[in-house]
Ligand binder design. Sequence first.
Ligand SMILES: Cc1cc2nc3c(=O)[nH]c(=O)nc-3n(C[C@H](O)[C@H](O)[C@H](O)COP(=O)(O)OP(=O)(O)OC[C@H]3O[C@@H](n4cnc5c(N)ncnc54)[C@H](O)[C@@H]3O)c2cc1C
Length: 217
Amino acid sequence: MSRVLGLVPRSANVFELFVGRDGLLYQAGDCALLIHTDGITSRPYSFSSHPDQEQLSFLFRRLENGFTAWLAQRKPGDEVGVGTPFTLFKPQGGPQEVWIATGTGIAPFVSLLRASRPCVPRELWYGVRSPQEAALQEELRLQEGKGLRLWFSRPDTGANPPHQPSGRLTEHLDQLPLEADLEYYLCGNGSMIRQTTEYLKHQGISPSRLHGEAFYG
Ligand SMILES: Cc1cc2nc3c(=O)[nH]c(=O)nc-3n(C[C@H](O)[C@H](O)[C@H](O)COP(=O)(O)OP(=O)(O)OC[C@H]3O[C@@H](n4cnc5c(N)ncnc54)[C@H](O)[C@@H]3O)c2cc1C
C-alpha cells in the first residue's frame, strides 16, 4: 500500500490524487491499478505524473457510487494500493505525433508535458463538455499557440474562448493534420476513439500509426 499525499480538485468532478512513489519505476503513458484497502476492488488509471517527478499522480473523474467515489474521499495519510505499471500506449511527443484526448484521457499526455524536458506534439486536441470541465487548463495553456485545440461539446455552460469554435471534437476531424508519417495517439472515451480511428483510416492513414487507449465505452 502507498501513502496518499493529497487530493487536488482540477475541475468540476475531476481530481488529481497524489501518492508516495516508493521507488516505483514506470514510463510516461503507463497505467497502473489503483487498489482499494479491501484488497479486492481495483481500477486501472493512467499516470498523470512524469517519471521525472518525485510523487505519483492520477487524474480521475468522480462518478457516483463507484470506485472513484471512494478515491475522492482519500485524505493525506490514507493508504491506496498501486499495482505494477503496464501499457501498450507509448506516446513520446515531438512534431511527428498528434495527441487526441477526451475528459480524463488527457492524463497520459499531461504526464509527458510534465517531463523536466517536455517534448511537445505537433497538435494536442482536448475535448470536454464545457470550459469548467477542462482539467489542468492552465497547465495546458502553456501549449497555446503550439497546437493546443480545446473543444467543448456543451459550451452553453460557460464562456467559450472566442477563438475556439464549439462542438464535439469529432465534429472537427477534417481539421486534423493528415500526413502519412504522423503517429496519432487517442485516449479517453471509446466512442471518440472509434470515430476518429475510422475517419483517419478512411483518409488513408495506416492503422499501424493509430494508437488508442479507451478508458470506457
Ligand atoms: C487502461 C485504462 C486506463 C484508465 N485510466 C483512467 C484515468 O486515468 N482516469 C480516469 O478517470 N479513468 C480511467 N480509466 C477508467 C477507470 O478505470 C474506471 O473505470 C473509472 O474511474 C470509473 O470507475 P468507477 O468505479 O467510479 O465507476 P464504474 O462503476 O466502473 O463506471 C461507471 C460508468 O462510468 C463511465 N466512465 C468510466 N470512466 C469514465 C471516465 N473517466 N469519464 C467519464 N465516464 C466514465 C462508464 O460508462 C462506466 O460504465 C481507465 C480505464 C482503463 C481501461
